[in-house]
Design a binder for this molecule. Structure first.
Ligand code: PLP
Length: 426
């Protein structure tokens, strides 16, 4: 057992002793030669099993009279039944919803490419005719930042407050810098902090004055229905807020069924103003004749309605919660009260965000990896991989079986204690 107490309050001798004890325990853990994984936020096999009925859905129905879904036709926006089913999830009328392929990331990527090459409604020129900057609430989703890196878009990290981004800073920056054309937002159960945007945050984002007339919010509602408690977070409707503020074209809204049905074989969703949806559809029409419509019909038959969706998500929560709780229990027993780390207690989404003592995250991740726990590199949750405090670590407990999740959490906690006590001794 480790002696209790705040490490930052120990004198040098006591700290040395603590370090030796925890290092021995860490070495014993490492000697077990475990292979554990806390990298990507993927659904577990049991979660995927919840939607196995999709596989058995009658594809013959897709060949229904008049509009054979197996064939070309119907346009890029998806089948009407799917657009209607997912409209409430996007907060847009069905006519302003596009149901596409299997990855919303693809839609976000393509939106940016279209904006760079062709410009967006309300703009004077393609974005690529001048330097482009995006605001990036951070810690955030590494793949958002990777898209910006890929296309040479400058990123400005914006601190998160627990109720969304620091709006004083956002308002100031967008008002003075016309190169700021976009902002990434994960409004509900954000990856990785789990926070949701308050009504005030939504209102201010909708209303704020932007120097760029063609500024866009990239509203990635990836975890919109991914509740883990019986008191779901509600986020105000961004499309309505933007319309009411006189900025009807400001938000591009994205979601997907990746973490509802099959992560690799679900549906990607887009919702926006009439003008933006017309623009998006036109651009998509050059890229594809249309999406996989039989898969859309399978989803409609399987999910059916909002009640079906709610039920399915309860099944996910029942599988995810024990894993989240296992990590929280281990962190509580090994890290609480030691002054070395703080972590989120998620009420939805896929992640626990662990902040270790400033300057220690890279070392902690290295120690965890050496002990057999695969982690995403520290810093990945920030633009350009640069966490200015070197403190944030994303913990992803959904994929491995419960026993492995517990062990991985122990490995991460021991690595934290070793890494931080080392730093305090240095
Ligand atoms: N957006 C966020 C915030 C995510 O965390 C993820 C997956 O981890 C995605 C998008 C990926 O979504 P999709 O599978 O629809 O591309």
């Amino acid at each position: 057992l480790l002696p209790a107490g705040d490490l930052t309050a120990l004198d040098n001798e006591a700290l040395k002793q603590f370090h030796a004890t925890v290092r021995a325990r860490y070495d014993a853990f490492k000697a077990r030669g475990l292979k554990l994984d806390s990298t990507r936020g993927k659904p577990s096999a049991q979660q995927l099993d919840l939607s196995n009925a999709l596989l058995g859905a009658t594809d013959e129905e897709a060949a229904r009279g008049g509009g054979d879904l197996r064939n070309y036709g119907g346009g890029v926006a998806g089948i009407p039944e799917a657009r209607a089913l997912f409209a409430p999830m996007l907060g847009a009328p069905a006519e302003q919803v596009i149901v596409a392929g299997n990855a919303s990331l693809e839609l976000m990527h393509d939106t940016i490419v279209y904006a760079l090459l062709k410009g967006v409604p309300g703009g004077n020129a393609p974005w690529s005719t001048a330097p482009v900057t995006f605001l990036c609430p951070a810690p955030g989703y590494d793949r958002h930042f990777a898209i910006c890196e890929q296309f040479g878009i400058k990123m400005i990290a914006i601190p998160l407050t627990g109720k969304g981004p620091d709006m004083d800073l956002v308002e100031k920056l967008v008002a003075e810098d016309a190169s700021i054309k976009g902002m990434w937002c994960v409004p509900k159960y954000s990856n990785p902090t789990g926070e949701s945007y308050s009504d005030e945050t939504v209102e201010r984002l909708a209303r704020m004055k932007t120097a760029a007339p063609d500024f866009r919010l990239f509203w990635d509602n990836a975890y919109g229905v991914h509740h883990l408690t019986d008191t779901p977070h509600e986020v105000a409707n961004i499309l309505d807020a933007c319309a009411a503020a006189g900025n009807p074209d400001r938000a591009f809204v994205y979601a997907s069924t990746s973490k509802i049905t099959f992560a690799g074989a679900g549906l990607a969703l887009f919702g926006s103003s009439k003008a933006n949806v017309a623009w998006m559809s036109k651009n998509m029409g050059f890229r594809s004749i249309g999406p996989d419509k039989p898969n859309q019909l399978r989803h409609v038959h399987f999910i059916q309605n909002i009640a079906g969706l709610t039920n399915l998500m309860k099944g996910h929560a029942a599988l995810i919660n024990p894993k989240m709780n296992a990590v929280l229990d281990v962190f509580e027993s090994l890290l609480a009260g030691r002054g070395v780390a703080s972590w989120t207690k998620p009420e939805g989404g896929y992640f626990i965000s662990l902040d270790v003592r400033d300057g220690s995250a890279k070392r902690v991740v290295q120690l965890a990896e050496e002990a057999g726990v695969a982690m995403v590199p520290a810093g990945n949750t920030f633009p350009n991989g640069n966490d200015p405090r070197n403190a944030n670590i994303r913990v992803a407990p959904t994929f491995p079986p419960l026993d492995s999740v517990k062990l991985a959490a122990e490995g991460i906690a021991l690595a934290t204690l070793v890494g931080v006590s080392e730093a305090l001794l240095a």
